[in-house]
Design a protein around this ligand. Structure first.
Ligand code: SAH
Ligand code: SF4
Ligand code: F3S
Length: 462
């Protein structure tokens, strides 16, 4: 113990949450202790996201709040890590509240940066300068060592863990900031991934989610053999203690798709859930987004998935109001969404990201009120579909992995004495709310569904 207390908060995606878990355990290892309360902390770290302007604004307003706290607590060290740190670098370091800026490819340094900031009261910057260039062997090894040494802890949700299959992204969808903040794609060695999953399993982890921006294109050449995601899933299925395997996010591509579907169909441990964003239903917009498929081809891919894996749950992402999106283009997106019958879609308004091709070459032509109208319409269509799909679960039994107390844990919807309300997820990623003992957190449970809503199933513990 070095006596210093750190509070850390995530503002981003699963990758970002995984980094938070890695940083947390690295800091513990270095002698820091962690706290859930900002008040108690000597160091506050915020792990940030740059994917949309709104995500960055949330961070900036949080920094404003921390600046306020620092007026009464001038020794407080504030560190900004994650994608926004890489994007803004020294500009962010100029912010009055900020002492440390550290990009996602530099997090192995975090304990050292904090120690230096505490000792010398100097500002500290660690970002990768030529982020778009091939990652150096040295940096890769450093990240890999950090990842495998500390990738063993995420106590927030018991029995579950994220494991990175690949870093970065090479796709350069024209709207997207990710390649500019996470750097080029690097697939981790299969033995490192499998070793890590074994260690997690020995610590009681039952569900592992493999992460990658285009995780289905995972590819690693080992001797004469090429490992793909299906091989990873297959090898991980053989690990004792691992019950459920999930993976996100998939990019619509045919490479390895059959293999992945086959392992899903064959292995009871590989969950029948596919998150495979379409982004738009208009071929013109897909081209402008640099997504390498057409709407018709994408729908064929989904049909193939459903034929190979009956009952598969499919989720998608969409961007509305991309530059040049006409009413006709938007209608094509509505059509695709209806045909795809996703169990859920994540829908966003286009947000220009500085430095991306779309921002440099295309004008943000769709007015804010039109984006608002389109997002509302698309959400409503999806909600109707989600509601229909959820209703199929009425009176059925589902198996869930219990996450813990629900947000409304004080409510009792009946059936289980005075137990609090818990939340769990099915293998197909449905959220299930029911009453039960808190000791079920991290365990599997069977629930009979008595009520449904578009995104949540409600039921009674069996
Ligand atoms: N790698 C994943 C997702 C990365 S970002 C994939 O390719 O599917 C998560 C989602 O944010 C994307 O799927 C996209 O729908 C959305 N998104 C990314 N950049 C955006 C932008 N500039 N404006 C609005 N939404 C964006
Ligand atoms: Fe962004 Fe496209 Fe890469 Fe996904 S695949 S992270 S949307 S560039
Ligand atoms: Fe994730 Fe946001 Fe970075 S979506 S990869 S935290 S830009």
């Amino acid at each position: 113990m070095n006596g210093k207390i750190v509070h850390i908060k995530s503002f981003g995606c699963q990758m970002n949450k995984l980094d938070t878990a890695l940083v947390s355990s690295a800091l513990k290892e270095a002698g820091f202790s962690l706290t859930a309360s900002v008040k108690e902390a000597d160091v506050v770290l915020i792990n940030t996201c740059s994917v949309r302007e709104h995500a960055e604004q949330r961070v900036l307003s949080h920094l404003g709040h921390l600046k306020h706290i620092k007026e009464n607590k001038p020794d407080l060290i504030v560190g900004v890590i994650g994608c926004m740190a890489q994007r803004l670098g020294d500009k962010l370091l100029e912010h009055e509240a900020v002492n440390i800026v550290c990009g996602p490819t530099q997090i192995p340094q975090i304990a050292k940066l904090i120690t230096e900031a505490l000792e010398r009261n100097e500002k500290r910057l660690a970002v990768t300068e030529k982020i778009l260039q091939k990652t150096s062997e040295n940096q890769n090894q450093t990240l890999e060592r950090f990842e495998s040494a500390y990738g063993i802890e995420d106590k927030k949700i018991p029995s579950q863990a994220y494991v990175r299959a690949m870093r970065g992204c090479n796709n350069f969808c024209t709207y997207c900031i990710v390649p500019y903040v996470r750097g080029p794609e690097v697939c981790r060695a299969p033995e490192a991934i499998i070793e890590q999953i074994k260690r997690l399993a020995s610590q009681g982890v039952k569900q592992v989610t493999l992460l990658g921006q285009t995780v289905n294109s995972y590819k690693y050449k080992k001797g004469r053999r090429i490992w793909c995601l299906a091989d990873l899933l297959d090898a991980a299925s053989a690990i004792e203690g691992i019950e459920w395997l999930k993976f996100v996010t998939s990019y619509p591509s045919e490479e390895f798709f059959d293999e992945i579907l086959q392992v899903m169909a064959d292995s009871p441990k590989v969950c029948n859930y596919l998150h495979i964003p379409a982004q738009s239903g208009s071929d013109k917009i897909l081209r402008a987004m640099n997504r390498n498929y057409t709407a018709a081809w994408y729908l064929e891919l989904l049909a193939k998935a459903r034929a190979t894996v009956p009952g598969i749950a499919i989720a998608g992402d969409f961007i509305v109001g991309f530059p040049g999106e006409t009413e006709e283009d938007f209608e094509a997106t509505v059509e695709l969404l209806k045909k795809a019958r996703y169990r859920n879609s994540f829908i966003f308004k286009y947000s220009p990201r500085p430095g991306t091709t779309a921002d440099k070459r295309l004008e943000d032509t769709v007015p804010a009120e039109v984006k608002q109208k389109r997002i509302a319409e698309l959400l409503a269509v999806q909600e109707k579909i989600s509601d229909e799909l959820s209703r199929d679960f009425l009176d059925k039994e589902v198996k869930v992995l219990v996450e813990g107390l629900s947000k409304k844990s004080h409510l009792n919807i009946g059936g289980s004495g005075d137990n609090p309300q818990l939340v769990g997820r099915t293998a197909t990623d449905y959220i299930v709310v029911f009453n039960g003992p808190t000791s079920l957190a991290g365990q599997f449970a069977k629930v009979k569904i008595t009520k449904t809503s578009p995104l949540t199933l409600f039921g009674e513990l069996i």
